[in-house]
Design a protein around this ligand. Structure first.
Ligand code: AMP
Length: 210
């Protein structure tokens, strides 16, 4: 089982690149943000617990996220490999993931300027049902407000509002940058220029993966 991990600030393109890798290579995309939002939609106890942390841009407690990832990995439909989007975000999570064996491991760090990331978050629309990602100008859904993939409601994410975005950047710098260094020390990290169109960034990633 091959493991890829996408790193980058909020708005760096992890979700979009994960979708493209899934489409072309057939690897499963595991987004902890999507898993958590699905728990909130279902109204589960885990969702209720996660909700307030997410809404104000903080991190959901490690033990809850680690358990949800364990359950997802156990489900097994991983098609020879998987791409992690938004996990691990803390050193505790990174150690939990390292304990899960994999045939190979590659971490990809999407580097974008903060100004560009904020512009993208302001233009981002997301499907509430399946998590598909849109952009108001560059990639709007065919029918306004309706997901092309599943017909779900497409809208801005609550935590893409300005105050939550500021907090997410602070949390990213404090909690997740050390995780990126952890993978750098393990010598599995590749840095990719994440500026530019989705197609041009993806081209850089595709070369790395194939
Ligand atoms: P994302 O969709 O990756 O931007 O995640 C949205 C929000 O979900 C984050 O701001 C966190 O509140 C929460 N979240 C997602 N992944 C994790 C994680 N690995 N650890 C803790 N919280 C997470």
């Amino acid at each position: 089982m091959k493991r890829f991990i996408l790193f980058g600030a909020p708005g760096s393109g992890k979700g979009t690149m994960g979708e493209l890798i899934q489409r072309d290579f057939g690897y499963a995309k595991i987004s902890t943000g999507d898993i958590l939002r699905a728990e909130i939609e279902r109204g589960s106890a885990d969702g209720l617990r996660a909700r307030s942390f997410m809404e104000d841009g903080g991190l959901v407690p490690d033990e809850l996220v680690i358990e949800l990832v364990r359950q997802r990995l156990e489900r097994g439909d991983l098609d020879g490999g998987y791409v992690m989007d938004g996990y691990p975000r803390t050193l505790v999570q990174a150690e939990a993931l390292t304990a899960v064996p994999s045939e190979s491991e590659r971490a990809i760090f999407l580097e974008v300027s903060e100004a560009e990331a904020i512009r993208r978050l302001q233009a981002r629309l997301t499907c509430r049902e399946c998590g598909a990602i849109y952009h108001r100008e560059n990639k709007p859904p065919r029918q306004a407000g309706v997901c092309d993939v599943c017909g779900g409601a497409v809208e801005p994410r609550a935590d893409d509002a300005a105050a939550a975005v500021r907090r997410r950047f602070r949390v990213y710098a404090r909690r997740t940058l050390p995780v990126i260094r952890y993978y750098e020390h393990r010598q599995v990290l590749a840095r990719v220029d994440g500026n530019g169109t989705a197609a041009s960034v993806y081209e850089r990633i595709r070369e790395l993966i194939s």
